[in-house]
Ligand binder design. Structure first.
Ligand code: PXP
Length: 239
């Protein structure tokens, strides 16, 4: 089983927004990511629209020919957007409006009822649901009870610890992958994955269906170009 690469294009939108024009053209970049081998496109509209804007979603939906994944905190406005445009997957993330970036998974025990309701609405519309989750058995068990199709493991702590203690860094994720598999939950992962830490992660963690990568991939593209960079990330996932 080869893990799929979904490219998060938030940073492309951030560069576009810096000048108020349509450069770079987000739709063209999404098409090019797919042409260069990406198997999915991810966007994360936040309430302040500092990178992806809500009106980027209707522009992207018809041109994404792989998997379109919209991630974010399920506020009423976010849910309205997702239900109107029906991506293949919606990843629910418990981030605050002002947060710089996502930095923790759901407390699936405390928010079980809320998540259940939201997930049922999305699934009824034919949208696969994934929820952002820390690699802890109690939260994965809680995720199972919400009815979600998949979980996305928050890999920030792995990325931080990888350089000095890779075996220790990966251990909770291996256990989480095994546990999710045993419960019949699909497994995605994302945050701070890069060309140094991705291969080890994908080799070690079982049942990994998809990774979503944005920041490091866009930074690498400054040096290697987008096509070469996507090829390098795919290569990390191929073994
Ligand atoms: N997954 C989630 C839920 C995220 O919020 C983000 C960042 O927007 C990512 C994955 C991708 O993280 P990165 O940009 O560090 O690759």
């Amino acid at each position: 089983m080869v893990t799929r690469l979904s490219v998060n294009i938030n940073k492309i939108a951030l560069i576009r927004n810096a000048r108020g024009s349509n450069l770079p053209d987000l739709v063209q970049v999404a098409k090019d990511c797919e042409k260069f081998g990406a198997q999915g496109i991810t966007v994360h509209p936040r309430p302040d629209e500092r990178h992806i804007r809500y009106d980027d979603v209707p522009a992207l939906k018809p041109i994404v020919s792989t998997e379109f994944n919209i991630e974010g905190n399920p506020t009423p406005r976010f849910l309205e957007l997702v239900l109107a445009h029906r991506p293949h997957q919606c990843t629910l993330v418990p981030d605050d409006p002002q947060q710089l970036t996502s930095d923790h998974g759901w407390d699936t025990i405390k928010h079980e009822g809320f998540l259940k309701d939201v997930i049922a609405q999305l699934q009824e519309a034919g949208i696969r649901v994934s929820i952002f989750c820390d690699p802890e058995a109690k939260y994965i068990e809680g995720a199972k009870k919400t009815g979600t199709d998949r979980i996305e493991l928050y890999t920030g702590p792995y990325a931080e610890a990888f350089a000095h203690a890779p075996d220790k860094a990966i251990a909770p994720y291996v256990a989480a992958g095994q546990f999710a598999g045993a419960l019949g939950l699909g497994l995605n992962a994302g945050h701070d994955l890069n060309l140094d830490n991705l291969r080890f992660f994908s080799q070690q963690v079982p049942h990994l269906l998809e990774v979503s990568i944005g920041h490091a991939l866009v930074v690498d593209a400054l040096y290697y170009g987008l096509e070469d960079t996507i090829g390098r990330y795919l290569n990390c996932l191929s073994i």
